[in-house]
Write a protein that binds this ligand. Structure first.
Ligand code: SAH
Ligand code: SF4
Length: 410
């Protein structure tokens, strides 16, 4: 029986060197392979023309370059592009490309589903299936970068607005954010292997400032990331106190705010910039009052940070509403008046549900999160019409204040 081929996308530089050494080839062959695969986007080993014929023959026998099959490719009116990728066994994940004048950002997934189950996140509502391998994570960048290099629209943008320092690379993706499906720090080893490839000059050569890991607050792994691969860190906060955060981000019950903020302070000396980002999803009547803004100021006043207010991206099952633009501005105003740095995130790719927290892919739930949530919230959920077209200005039929509803969910 022949053994299955290895996927060369699974190897970081050291692993590629070890693999090549194991085939009795010289070390520079590993570098050549990395360049063919990650810089030139070549997947067919036959096309790697400067590799010796005998080496190619042995690779063809044992190895392949395999990225995730694309199930759906969607284009939004604002240029955002979303891919649904098949990860097998009925699971699919999503990646999103967001073009802007001065950068091209790819948002990638780290898990099929997510076990953290934040109340406002459609990925969390789907439950958890499995961790992605490092090849499946880096494969999202490999695929998008090389596909977009052949997309006239993406090329026009890069030519018109070259990312500073990137003028001559011909690359389309200048920034990567791990803000797709999944909690990256709960798939630590595979995520770090993929991050190393993103930063490696033989592969994508991104600077640490241009790669961001977003986490709901897995405290021990924040400390490990500082040592292993200190890229930019964004922490999903969403509440100014433990009582509310326990409900919105259930992981807070394990790693409460004080522990999380201490870990953030320990990370700062390793961070590529001298600040961290805190994400705060604006939920109408839940976490968006003046009092909560002042509480947030007190909580964060001693840590160098930027607060990114994200207007909640609704999905019908959440039973939550987006804060009004007026409320978001008032909330931001309190932060700014207190001398904090705060921005409001532009929502992108609305027409293809590509915004934060709307990535749902397709997940075969192994944690029964959904089942449990439905069971616990039976009475409330029956009041929601799942097929009704969602209108962000209408309450979804919940007769009570969302926070009361959240309390019942617990
Ligand atoms: N698991 C990681 C990264 C993926 S989520 C994390 O939680 O940080 C990426 C960002 O989108 C997080 O800040 C998350 O809180 C936010 N988010 C999730 N659901 C959202 C929604 N429905 N609307 C707006 N932002 C959302
Ligand atoms: Fe998971 Fe992040 Fe969604 Fe929370 S917000 S459920 S951690 S993907």
């Amino acid at each position: 029986m022949t053994s299955p081929r290895v996927n060369l996308l699974d190897f970081d530089a050291d692993q590629m060197a070890a693999y090549v050494a194991g085939l009795n080839e010289k070390p520079f062959r590993a570098k050549q392979l990395m360049q063919w695969i990650h810089q030139r986007g070549v997947s067919d080993i036959n096309d790697m023309s400067d590799l010796a014929k005998s080496f190619r023959a042995s690779l063809l026998d044992k190895a392949e370059v395999l990225s995730l099959p694309v199930i759906k490719d969607e284009h939004a009116l604002d240029g955002t592009r979303k891919w649904l990728l098949d990860v097998g066994a009925g699971n699919a994940v999503e990646s999103v490309f967001i073009p802007e004048d001065d950068r091209g950002t790819l948002c990638i997934s780290s898990q099929a589903g997510c076990a953290v189950n934040c109340r406002f996140c459609s990925t969390g509502h789907q439950g958890f299936s499995r961790n992605l391998t490092s090849g499946e994570i880096i494969g999202q960048l490999w695929f998008a970068e090389h596909l977009l290099r052949n997309d006239p629209e993406a090329i026009r943008r890069v030519e018109k607005f070259p990312t500073p320092g990137w003028e001559h690379t011909g690359r389309v993706i200048s920034n990567v954010v791990m803000m797709g499906m999944g909690e990256p720090l709960l798939n630590y080893d595979n995520v770090v292997a993929a991050l190393r490839l993103m930063l490696d000059d033989r592969a994508y050569g991104l600077s640490r400032r241009r790669v961001t890991v977003s986490t709901s607050g897995v405290v021990p792994m924040i400390d490990r990331l500082a040592q292993d691969c200190p890229v930019a860190l964004a922490v999903s906060l969403h509440a100014p106190n433990d009582a509310l955060r326990d409900q919105l981000v259930p992981l807070n019950q394990k790693y409460p705010l004080r522990e999380l903020l201490d870990a953030c302070e320990r990370y700062l000396p390793f961070a590529p910039r001298d600040f961290l980002t805190f994400e705060y999803c604006m939920l109408d009547g839940v976490n968006d009052s003046d009092i909560q803004a002042k509480e947030l100021v007190r909580l964060l006043k001693n840590i160098k940070c930027k607060i990114n207010l994200i207007p909640f991206n609704p999905f019908p099952e959440s039973g939550l509403k987006r804060s009004s633009a007026q409320r978001i501005n008032a909330f931001a105003g309190i932060l700014l008046d207190a001398g904090m740095v705060a921005t409001v995130r532009k929502t992108r790719g609305d027409d293809i549900a590509a915004a934060c927290g709307q990535l749902a892919g397709d997940v075969v739930d192994r944690t029964r999160v959904r089942e449990r949530a439905v069971h616990n919230a039976e009475i409330e959920l029956t009041e929601v019409e799942p097929d009704e077209e969602f209108d962000e200005d209408t309450n979804l039929g919940l007769n009570e204040h969302p926070i009361e509803w959240l309390k019942k969910l617990k």
